[in-house]
Ligand binder design. Structure first.
Ligand SMILES: Cc1ncc(COP(=O)(O)O)c(C/N=C2\CONC2=O)c1O
Length: 397
């Protein structure tokens, strides 16, 4: 079956963050905030969900469960879900885990909020790599835990870890947890086995727990392979792995994520304090995604590869002083436009008001992101082309 990723799917009137939540999320403004563009005139390239219809098999599974007509309190009791998810990790990453290690959460970020509270004592700190997805820091802030940042090294748009700096910070006895992004948002790096072994060994040698957030692990450029961090350290139980169908199959709103906790004591604490019920439609959707979503995902990845190559060529021609490398993962383009804008410009506001493009960038990534914009390329190529045209036209004025 050929899936149509060129289709424009109407999202207005669905309570979507993408269409209705940008004033609140990006600009911390009320719904009355005015722009020179009507809402339906914006090219939306901001929040990380996709403009593509979720796989038909997932939609059908939701319909089939809906036909059961009762939606009472629900948990993942049926072993079929574990079988579907663990088969997915075995087939794609040659890695799996015991059934009793798997718990579920209504999102990876809610899981982070809980786990940081379970792992860190009040005067302890978490370590993250910057630039970073801001919710890593928000989860620490929520728990009144300090965040220590290790700045990634950047060379011509390619990011690597500063292992000496990471080790220095890991040696701080108050740093007890690393929240690690594998693959990395916003740089898109797919960390190599060698890099993962180095960072994992530094953390474990210094007594840190590691939460490896692997939500983007299925969305690699075609031909690349993800390595779960825990796969490289089978002897430890201090690596918690977070994965989900939400990014892969565009179902973040179904709020269903996988958290693999090998440490018995921490898992017992999770079970003691976590609200255990799940949405029955979400369980059905996630199970169908892992069982029947592979061909859709393969075609999605090919379409995204095309969008990234189009973006590379377009920027090369129309924005030659921008620095952009096609990322190894995600559907997010991380672009250094410092040659075109001054550092004090509020980039999301600038592009919303002057180009009618909604994007993330500037100080939205904790640190080390001034002068960068992040474009969501998970959209029909016609939409992408118009977004790039508007951005380049504005920056070349
Ligand atoms: C690294 C990472 N972890 C967790 C999440 C969210 O997980 P959830 O709670 O939905 O299961 C995101 C979503 N990233 C987004 C969402 O919008 N913009 C971003 O960069 C993410 O990039």
């Amino acid at each position: 079956m050929n899936y149509n990723f060129d289709e424009i799917v109407e999202r207005r009137g669905t309570n979507a963050m993408n269409t209705d939540g940008f004033r609140e999320y990006i600009f911390h403004a009320p719904p009355t905030m005015k722009f020179p563009y009507a809402d339906d005139e914006f090219i939306r390239m901001w929040v990380a969900d996709m403009e593509f219809a979720t796989p038909p098999a997932v939609v059908q599974a939701i319909k089939d469960r809906a036909d059961k007509r009762i939606f009472g309190y629900t948990k993942v009791f049926d072993p079929e879900y574990y079988e579907a998810f663990s088969s997915w990790t075995q087939d794609r990453y040659a890695w799996t885990f015991p059934k009793e290690h798997l718990v579920t959460s209504n999102g990876i970020i809610p899981a982070l909020f809980e786990l940081i509270g379970h792992i860190c004592k009040p005067d302890e700190k978490i370590l993250i790599l910057t630039p970073s997805y801001a919710y890593f820091k928000y989860a620490a802030d929520f728990n009144s835990i300090e965040t220590v940042c290790s700045t990634l090294l950047e060379n011509d748009g390619y990011y690597t870890m500063d292992f000496d700096d990471i080790e220095r910070k890991a040696k701080d006895e108050k740093v007890t947890l690393c929240v690690y992004c594998n693959p990395h948002n916003p740089s898109g790096r797919v960390w190599s086995e060698e890099e993962l072994r180095k960072v994992g060994q530094i953390c474990l040698d210094n007594g840190l727990w590691i939460i490896s957030d692997e939500i983007h692990c299925d969305l690699l450029r075609t031909g690349l392979t993800h390595t779960p961090l825990a796969k490289l350290f089978p002897e430890t139980d201090r690596i918690i792995t977070c994965m989900a169908p939400s990014k892969t199959f565009n179902m973040a709103g179904l709020m269903f994520s996988n958290v693999i906790i090998p440490n018995d004591e921490l898992r017992a604490t999770w079970k003691q304090r976590h609200y255990p019920f799940e949405n029955p439609l979400s369980i059905a959707a996630a199970q169908a995604a892992y069982l029947h979503g592979e061909e859709w995902l393969n075609q999605l990845k090919a379409y995204l590869d095309g969008n990234f190559e189009f973006t590379r060529q377009y920027l090369e021609e129309h924005l030659p002083k921008a620095v952009f490398k096609i990322p190894e993962s995600t559907y997010l383009a991380w672009i250094n436009i410092n040659a075109y804008v001054s550092k004090d410009v509020d980039l999301p506001l600038y592009f919303a008001n002057n180009a009618g493009v909604l994007l993330e960038g500037g100080n939205m990534f904790v640190a080390d992101s001034d002068g960068y914009i992040r474009l969501n390329l998970a959209c029909p190529s016609s939409v992408l082309e118009e977004g790039l045209r508007r951005i380049c036209e504005l920056l070349n004025k």
